[in-house]
Design a binder for this molecule. Structure first.
Ligand code: NAD
Length: 477
């Protein structure tokens, strides 16, 4: 078993000083896989001191020099691809196909876009006699979840470093290897000591970050419940906050949609990573008259979702990440049946592996918008099919959620699909399966959070404007 004992502070690995330890369980075998020592409030204070000390040099370094270090970091990450993919399979059950197809390529692309952004950014401009500059916010506390562990770390840490900020990361305590490999990549790329620091821990370390006076901003990704506590604790101390929270995204199927293409794609969005993605399209809003045909297509598409060992390349669906989460998702499935939704045949038919936190993919049809399975984020492979009678009702159902992260619209008439998409109250919408474009901003409306990641928008989140008046002489009128 692997034991993780050290934080990374001021360029060095040093013993974590907290009294707790998290045991990481391999969700496929249910065997203990690693333990992680938690840091203490003192460790957060040491990390904040190191980050504050490193800030003047890192923030005043030419953007091109910062970009070169970050580019080398991306190369170092890429060189460790197999180690990242294997660690994600063993610690959180990510199937290797998904690790290779998305969990690694997404942060690599995202990091490259942040680097491009600072190379082309207009850092200073004159407005009359005044100089307006984009300056880094300062010391950043970054708190990340486990479900796309590298992506979430890169989206915050690389964007913040690119902006000229220095960082204290508190990664998820149940996916430690990703954070260790990332830290090694930064160190190998020659990042100066103190620019990046990492402290292990759970809520106690997260809340120490939110309250430390020398941390200027907290960027958080995780659940709505914890996000609200982070916003409150950090806001009380006047810190800037970015929240990337959950979702209950809808795929709107219009009556002229290419169903053969749309239905398998919606199931992929809902089931990939065992449904543990914030952007999962976990509601499918369908024309009532096409519901029977759509149920048949769901039944066919579900057969392709082979469940098994995430290290087996033929496995499409691994286990859920933890036993607590496994229990929670199964409770939601039982609740859906109890509420009167109809589980489509195939949802519960395959034999589950004897061990491991495996939940079979489930499609519920005849779901009413008010049912719990249609309103709460399940974060598991559970899709709710909801019928509508006209386009206006479809839009109303899609928007009838406290979340607003993502969604999709499917239809043969692109203009109509775009018109519908523009009425969805979510941060991003895909038309007919168009992939995410990392140059564009990513983030939520409503309880999915505020602030943006990705591209120059993600870097700008860590910048603030400064105006210096009288910086240039005004020419005589
Ligand atoms: P979580 O909220 O339980 O934990 C997230 C992080 O917060 C972890 O590092 C955890 O240790 C830390 N934390 C816990 N309590 C804290 C406290 N009181 N103060 C400060 N930090 C604290 O979330 P999770 O289970 O790790 O992740 C799943 C959730 O994340 C889902 O809701 C999912 O939708 C969301 N998510 C959102 C996005 C997005 O970009 N919008 C991306 C991925 C995941």
């Amino acid at each position: 078993m692997k034991h993780v004992d050290d934080n990374f502070i001021d360029g060095k690995w040093s013993k974590a000083g907290g009294s707790e330890r998290t045991t990481v369980v391999n969700p496929t075998t249910e065997a203990d896989y690693a333990t992680v020592a938690h840091g203490s409030r003192m460790d957060v204070a040491s990390a904040a001191e190191a980050a504050a000390k490193a800030f003047p040099d890192w923030s005043s370094m030419a953007a091109g020099a910062r970009a070169a270090i970050l580019e080398r970091t991306l190369k170092e990450i890429e060189n460790r691809t197999d180690a990242f993919v294997e660690a994600m399979a063993r610690e959180i059950g990510v199937p290797v196909w998904f690790g290779k197809m998305l969990q690694l390529p997404m942060p690599l692309r995202n990091g490259a876009v942040a680097v491009e952004a600072i190379r082309s950014m207009r850092w200073r401009e004159f407005m009359g006699p005044s100089l307006v500059s984009r300056v880094p916010v300062g010391v950043i506390g970054a708190i990340t979840p486990w479900n796309a562990p590298l992506h979430q770390i890169v989206a915050k840490v690389m964007a913040a470093l690119a902006a000229g900020c220095t960082v204290i990361l508190k990664p998820s305590e149940i996916a430690p290897s990703t954070a260790i490999l990332f830290t090694e990549s930064l160190a190998a790329a020659g990042l100066p000591p103190g620019a990046f620091n990492m402290v292990w821990g759970g809520p106690e370390v997260g809340s120490a970050i939110c309250s430390h006076p020398d941390i200027d901003m907290v960027s958080f990704t995780g659940s709505e419940r914890v996000g609200m506590a982070v916003a409150e604790a950090a806001g009380r101390r006047g810190k800037r906050v970015v929240l990337e929270l959950g979702g209950k995204s809808a795929a709107v199927i219009l009556d002229d949609a290419p169903l053969e293409k749309a239905i398998p794609a919606v199931l992929t969005s809902c089931f990939a990573n065992s449904g543990q993605t914030c952007v999962a399209q976990s509601r499918m809003v369908v024309p009532r008259r096409l519901r029977g045909e759509i149920e048949d297509l769901c039944r066919d598409a579900m057969k392709t979702w082979t469940v098994g060992d995430p290290l087996d390349p033929s496995t499409r669906l691994g286990p859920l990440a933890t036993s607590a989460h496994y229990r929670r998702v199964r409770e939601y499935i039982a609740r859906g049946a109890a509420e009167g939704a109809k589980a489509i045949e195939g949802s519960g038919e395959r034999i589950e592996p004897e061990r491991g936190y495996f939940v079979l993919p489930t499609v519920f049809s005849r779901v009413e918008p008010s049912m719990i399975i249609a309103t709460e984020e399940i974060f598991g492979p559970v899709l709710s099919v909801i019928a509508y009678d006209d386009e206006r009702e479809a839009i109303a159902i899609a928007n009838d959620t406290s979340y607003g992260l993502s969604g999709s619209v499917w239809g043969s008439d692109n203009e109509r699909a775009l018109r519908v998409a523009c009425q969805l109250r979510t941060g991003q919408v895909s038309l007919n399966g168009a992939p995410q474009n990392f140059l564009t901003p990513f983030g939520g409306f409503k309880k999915s959070g505020f602030g943006r990641e990705n591209g120059r928008f993600g870097v700008e989140e860590f910048l603030q404007y400064q105006a210096i008046h009288g910086a240039a002489a005004v020419p005589d009128a």
